[in-house]
Design a protein around this ligand. Structure first.
Ligand SMILES: Cc1cc2nc3c(=O)[nH]c(=O)nc-3n(C[C@H](O)[C@H](O)[C@H](O)COP(=O)(O)OP(=O)(O)OC[C@H]3O[C@@H](n4cnc5c(N)ncnc54)[C@H](O)[C@@H]3O)c2cc1C
Length: 449
């Protein structure tokens, strides 16, 4: 198989990249491990979509996100854009997202190849890819391209191609903990009064502090990846491990599902309103927050986030904050990884490297502001025809704690697709692409940067 532009991974970043490239008339193939699009939004049923919210009047992200939300709202999968962007997190129906995103991509002219895992690459020479190798029901196959976008979340393509990366924090290489979301339906929302919620939270907190439930919050779910009455999605679990290690990933799957069931069982037996509830969905893929950050021409840092730095080669805006889930996977007194963490267990970071940790009082970009994602963060050092998009861009452990959310990943992917398309049209290496041209096309496609 071949296409001018091959995008690997159909998550928030990959969908956006394939869509924007196809919209400029490019020949695009989107390769995905599962049989549907959405990435963490569908395989991890995480939500709502975060990172677009600047204020009630102005979103920080437009472009692909806006088109996707409009398409999804047409089939009852979320609110329409005019209302949705005013919410801090955009709630959506993760099942309908599979349908709406696929339709949007097919209409734009994107070709899809599902059930295909990228397992290696073929190179012409260092820095230049000839093809990605995929493993699927046909066996091992090569997918040739002129430009490649790595939107696998983990930077698999860049890794197989031998580009440099970092993983986790510099002191011990530990990444943010994994986690998962599950959904409970059949909840009697009327019975779930303020009082019932207060009592439930108290009980959950006792269960957590006694170690009987491994939960990092006492939330009673939200309308994150569901908008259905009587259904809520729950994001309460953690597991420490490396999301690029199959053995650790397997352990994560088992542990997270078991913890999810325990939480459900507890809620059903102890909380008013949950008496007739049932698990309506488990995650399909454990939620992975952080793995490889591919070393690019520029690396975003904590200071870029906190100062709301803007760059001339800005291709996306990020408004999100440095949200680091305890890399040890702890759940008691360890909500955020920061200087002020109150864990009573030994922590090498608090003991030896406290200065490195962000302070819980300084995690956000300036109020009502955003920081730039520079185009250079998407270009691996020495790369000629590979672009990275989504959570694996060049950012340090702290900055990626902000850039990893879905709206931001979509905005990054949107620009990546345009960069790839210009590179193919003008026969450029990716670092030669004019960022001004990328910005012009982003504007035509309602992207914000
Ligand atoms: C527990 C948890 C809760 C979260 N909550 C939220 C939230 O509420 N709101 C929010 O906005 N963000 C949330 N996030 C963050 C967000 O979901 C991710 O960071 C974001 O989805 C990353 O987008 P991406 O496109 O880079 O990667 P992904 O969403 O991971 O998509 C990558 C895609 O590539 C595919 N793929 C991977 N490897 C291969 C391969 N080798 N071959 C072929 N295909 C491959 C995957 O199947 C997937 O479809 C959460 C994350 C976690 C883990």
């Amino acid at each position: 198989m071949k296409a001018d532009i091959v995008v690997a991974g159909a998550g928030p970043a990959g969908m956006a990249a394939a869509w924007s490239a196809a919209k400029t008339g490019a020949d695009v193939l989107l390769v995905e491990k599962y049989g549907f699009c959405g990435g963490m939004a569908t395989t991890g049923i995480v939500g709502g979509i975060l990172g677009h919210y600047l204020n009630e009047k102005e979103p920080a992200v437009g472009g692909f996100l806006k088109f996707l939300i409009n398409r999804l709202s047409e089939i009852g999968g979320c609110e329409k854009w005019e209302d949705a962007f005013k919410k801090y997190g955009i709630g959506f129906d993760s099942e309908l997202l599979k349908f709406a995103s696929e339709k949007l991509l097919l209409e734009a002219g994107v070709k899809l190849l599902y059930h295909s895992v990228v397992s290696d690459v073929k190179k012409y020479k260092e820095g230049t890819l000839k093809a990605i190798e995929v493993v699927n029901k046909n066996g091992k196959r090569l997918v040739e391209g002129k430009m490649f976008v790595d939107a696998t979340g983990d930077g698999d393509v860049a890794h197989f191609a031998g580009f440099e990366y970092t993983k986790g924090r510099p002191q011990d290489g530990k990444t943010e903990s994994m986690g998962c979301v599950f959904k409970i339906a059949g909840i009697d929302e009327e019975k779930l009064t303020e009082d019932a919620i207060k009592t439930a939270r108290k009980k959950l907190s006792e269960m957590r502090n006694s170690g009987k439930l491994r939960i990092f919050n006492e939330g009673l779910g939200s309308k994150g990846s569901t908008i259905r009455k009587g259904e809520r999605s729950f994001n309460m679990t953690r597991f420490a491990g490396d999301g690029t290690n199959a053995v650790e990933l397997t352990e994560a799957e088992i542990s997270l599902r078991q913890d999810s069931f325990k939480i459900f069982d507890f809620l059903k037996k102890n909380v008013k309103g949950f008496e007739n509830s049932y698990i309506s969905a488990f995650h399909i893929n454990a939620g992975i927050r952080e793995t490889r950050q591919i070393k690019g021409l520029f690396t975003l840092t904590e200071q870029d986030v906190l100062e709301g730095r803007k760059t001339d080669d800005s291709i996306a805006r990020c408004t999100y904050w440095i949200d680091i889930h305890c890399p040890f996977g702890r759940t008691i007194n360890a909500h955020l990884c920061c200087k002020e963490c109150e864990t009573i267990q030994p922590c090498i970071m608090l003991e030896k490297y406290k200065d490195y940790l962000p302070s819980k009082n300084r995690l956000y970009p300036p109020e009502n502001d955003w920081f730039s994602i520079p185009a250079r963060c998407l270009i691996p050092e020495k790369s000629k025809n590979l672009i990275v998009a989504g959570r694996c861009i060049s950012a340090d452990h702290k900055a990626m704690g902000a850039t990893r959310v879905m709206a931001t990943c979509m905005a990054i992917g949107h620009a990546a697709g345009i960069m790839a398309s210009i590179a193919v049209k003008e026969k450029y290496d990716v670092f030669q692409v004019s960022v001004k041209k990328v910005q012009d096309i982003l504007t035509q496609q309602q992207g914000l940067f």
